[in-house]
Write a protein that binds this ligand. Sequence first.
Ligand SMILES: [Zn+2]
Length: 445
Amino acid sequence: MPEVSMDAVVALCKRRGFVFQSSEIYGGLASTWDYGPLGAELKRNVKNAWWKSVVQQRDDMEGLDAAILMHPAVWKASGHLDGFTDALVDCKGCKKRFRADHLPGQGAQRSCPECKAVIDLEKTPPRPFNLMLKTHLGAVEDESAATYMRPETAQGIFVNFLNVINSRHRKLPFGIAQIGKSFRNEITPGNFTFRTREFEQMEIEYFVRPEAADEAYHRWIAERRQWYLDLGMRPEKVRLRPHAADELAHYAQACTDIEYAFPFGWSELEGIANRRDFDLRQHAEHSGKDLTYFDQADGGQRFIPYVIEPSGGVDRAVLAFLADAYREEEVKGETRVVLGLHKELSPCKVAVLPLLKKRPELVEMAKKITSSFKKHFVVKYDDTAAIGKLYRRQDEIGTMYCVTVDVQSLDDGQVTVRYRDTMLQDRVAADRLFDYFQTKGLIGN
Ligand SMILES: [Zn+2]
């Protein structure tokens, strides 16, 4: 299959309403994106698939939805206030600011990527720039009211560790999962929705006895990789990249990225880290609360659990599923764009199309079929173009099946069902469509 270009994916996103530039009528806001009607649906499907898989279908997991705003002391304890920084340098030529590690060249003498002026790292050493977005609570804008938009959802889980254990009577091992927005004031965002200042995370903190951490770490890597494959991602586009020792955060014992071969190169979808007992230990110290785990039936020791953290990006997953599903095919001398999304992710499962919109009986039958499936899956009635054009549009947005009502349907009660991937058509009795879609897995799972 020919490689898909990023331009093609971006163009489809705009053309069909998956992703729009934020505040577009005002010229846009850099690296900020809005999910359009179909993007919102796709993103919701990705999150639902994740939630089902890691929370609802497991016995050892709980869900959580913590606030974006947290007590500022959280960020002191977590290390974000002091250590969550990029080293930045200012160019004296164009007055722009760059990440020191992104400047081309070696040694102290570098050249500005924008204006090519010399940047001397000895004369103007890089300065730390905190990536957290600062804001103020209340009417007074002083330091005492300063707080931060969370740079990760994980801390909301750690500070609720005791609440979940006590309210749910949990024993190790168990995990807590949540989905939510996070914010990082990245100086060099880019690659469409891949790196943005506002983004959504799907994070798990899985608490284990220290001696069980390594086994749990490897199990989560395998399970999380499989999740992407189960949702249709091509295995040759997904790889695991264990971090080298010098890449690891000081508290982490091990970390592996799940990477996807985006059109702009292999990039991280999700990271799975063994964070040892760092986070709970920090919060115990800073809050003064006892966050040790104790189980009389389990040796009666007190200890701080280790944690395995699978942390994925929702927006990155959406972008990867889009890029992975996008294909162009030659059909009778014309190019057909198809979004071959997995049925669980597809933003529209079925479209119902009347062959002739001027025949009220056809329209009525098509609308009746549409209504009858609304409570089962996303189904849309569409008569805004001729049938050939409607098929192409539905292919482009990944609609699994098109049901066409034609003149003969009025006589024999049968409709044509066309499958997106093969374009093969079945003639099905309208009153048997429920069974038909059930066998195709659209109903009852
Ligand atoms: Zn410059």
